[in-house]
Design a protein around this ligand. Structure first.
Ligand code: IPM
Ligand code: MG
Length: 358
């Protein structure tokens, strides 16, 4: 039987709770499918590891997961450690060297979930955001001088390379092409940022020439927030820079009903390195250990993991099971206004997996 090795990195906060649920769901879907199995290796990296060892993961960390078929990631963040240390020490320390340059964030209002937008039916908000995930504002280039003195200065330099922009544009156009509406919106800020964003626009237009079957348009990022709220039906696939898409994808998740639902894939399309799947919500320390974290974001990320592995039938089955669960208010966790606990939702999902005939 086909066997996939998955590196599970629960990380911090509610990460361990949702990743345990995600592992259970993947085991259940593999059993139901019968054509493949999962072997999970669990890594205890994150904030607690940092407190013991002074780093978020061991020096050999990437080598340890380099040959896994995929990575299932919880979250990084710790109340006692600055956020830029936890982020750069673990999540970005995996995403960037593993060249997971396409961060894919599907957003839909799932059955049973209410959008805060008045007058929007569930099928009228169905987007996929492609976030450039290897450079731009997250390039990590910059520095500080005169620290602590009155003339202290600091820079964070956004780096955009032609190759980096071209590959993410091509990925986004391909993704748009694979969806029924074949519609892509390129988010920019080339009115104010007159160098890199102008190049970004030029490359978008050049790549667009290869995709005459895809309709595309361009939106300034500020105007994009308005369009997402006022005319969500007019959007389908979206591509944006690392920071722009970071912000827009939180807005998207909220408009679709809850941060607890939204999934992510950090994709290395060439498969030279493993790709990494994670719920979009963070460590959520305020609800850590209470057993009420919404595992749906991890379940949906697991769907993306299955798709990436080429297990489309299992991915479809898991997605249907998720939709059955969200449709039933008994399985709504407090972020959705319900009383369900993580374990209730997981049990409901596994029942739905077993009962789904798709
Ligand atoms: C995300 C998150 C991260 C980011 C945080 C945890 C730094 O918000 O995945 O969107 O900004 O990339
Ligand atoms: Mg974010």
């Amino acid at each position: 039987m086909k066997s996939y090795r998955i590196a599970a990195i629960p990380g911090d906060g509610i990460g361990p709770e949702v990743i345990a649920a995600g592992v259970e769901s993947l085991q259940a879907i593999a059993k139901r499918d019968g054509g493949f199995q999962f072997v999970f290796d669990c890594f205890d990296w994150g904030g607690e590891y940092y407190k013991k060892h002074g780093r978020m993961m061991p020096e050999s960390g990437r080598d340890q997961i380099r040959h896994h078929d995929a990575i299932l990631f919880g979250s990084a963040g710790h109340p006692e450690i600055p956020d830029h240390i936890t982020l750069w020490g673990l999540r970005l320390a995996i995403c960037q060297p593993f060249d997971q340059y396409a961060n894919v964030r599907p957003t839909r209002i799932l059955p049973g979930i209410t959008s805060p937008l008045r007058n929007v039916n569930n099928n009228e908000l169905d987007w996929v955001i492609v976030r450039e995930n290897s450079e731009g504002e997250y390039a990590g280039v910059g520095g500080r001088v005169h620290q602590g003195l009155p003339l202290e200065a600091a820079t964070d330099v956004a780096i955009f390379t032609r190759a980096g922009v071209e590959r993410v544009m091509r990925f986004a156009f391909n993704l748009a092409r694979s969806r029924p509406r074949k519609l892509l919106t390129v988010v920019t800020k080339s009115n104010a940022q007159r160098h890199a964003m102008v190049m970004w626009d030029e490359i978008a237009a050049q790549v667009a020439d290869e995709f005459s079957d895809v309709t595309w348009d361009k939106m300034l990022v500020d105007a994009m927030t308005v369009r997402m709220v006022m005319r969500p039906q007019t959007l389908d696939s979206i591509v944006a820079t690392n920071l722009h898409a970071d912000i827009l994808s939180d807005l998207a998740a909220a408009l679709a009903g809850s941060m607890g639902i939204a999934p992510t894939g950090n994709i290395n399309p060439e498969r030279t390195f493993p790709s990494m799947f994670e719920p979009i919500h963070g460590s959520a320390f305020d609800i850590m250990g209470k057993g009420i974290a919404n595992p749906v974001g991890t379940f949906w990320s697991s769907v993306m993991l299955l798709e990436h592995l080429g297990e489309q039938a299992a991915a479809d089955r898991l997605m249907k099971a998720i939709e059955r669960v969200t449709a039933d208010p008994r399985f709504h966790t407090p972020d959705l206004g319900g009383k369900a606990r993580t374990n209730d939702v997981t049990a409901g999902l596994i029942e739905a997996i077993q009962g789904t005939n798709a």
